[in-house]
Design a protein. Structure first.
Length: 134
């Protein structure tokens, strides 16, 4: 059901420092910071030949990544995003196995203007999973 790895997300305490490190020391192609108010984060995407890195920084008082950054003040890998062809079919299949879909269970439009869903990390080997319909 899952397809390509779309991105690996890293929650960071300093967005500008993360962007500069990847641009400078690692020589990566780093995009602009973009606020995603519907998701409570500001994101920067790093373009790699085979996937993307998503830097995440909290936006607003109710950011879903605030607890994670409080527990991991130096930052850390926050989620991985897999591509799926049909996000509703994927969701329904996963729910039938007992997996918990986060939020209200309905897809939201993500950073790539495609529908996304999140799956509880406790149901997937301790790793928060994002599904993105492509
Ligand atoms: C920009 C849009 C989009 C894109 O297109 O790319 C994005 O990527 S948005 C990214 C941000 N959005 C989300 O993360 C939405 C889904 N996340 C959530 O709903 C919550 O973050 C969460 C996963 C339910 C956690 O909520 P929180 O309030 O932080 O709960 P707890 O702190 O109580 O955590 C419960 C439990 O889970 C562990 N945990 C929390 N986050 C993670 C994580 N990222 N990876 C692995 N484990 C995680 C946490 O440690 C707790 O465990 P215990 O301490 O053992 O109870
Ligand atoms: Co993401």
């Amino acid at each position: 059901m899952i397809g390509r790895l779309n991105h690996v997300a890293i929650a960071v305490p300093d967005l500008d420092a993360a962007a500069e490190q990847y641009r400078g020391a690692l020589g990566a192609v780093v995009g602009p910071a973009i606020d995603q108010p519907d998701h409570g984060v500001t994101v920067i995407f790093v373009e790699l030949p085979n996937t993307k890195i998503e830097f995440l920084y909290p936006l607003g008082a109710e950011s879903p990544i605030q607890n994670f950054l409080d527990k991991n003040p130096a930052g850390g890998i926050h989620h991985i995003c897999y591509e799926v062809d049909d996000i509703i079919a994927a969701r329904d299949k996963l729910v039938a196995t007992g997996a918990r879909v986060l939020g209200n269970g309905e897809p939201k439009i993500g950073a790539h203007n495609k529908p996304v869903l999140f799956l509880h990390p406790k149901d997937f080997q301790g790793c928060l999973i994002e599904l993105e319909e492509v």
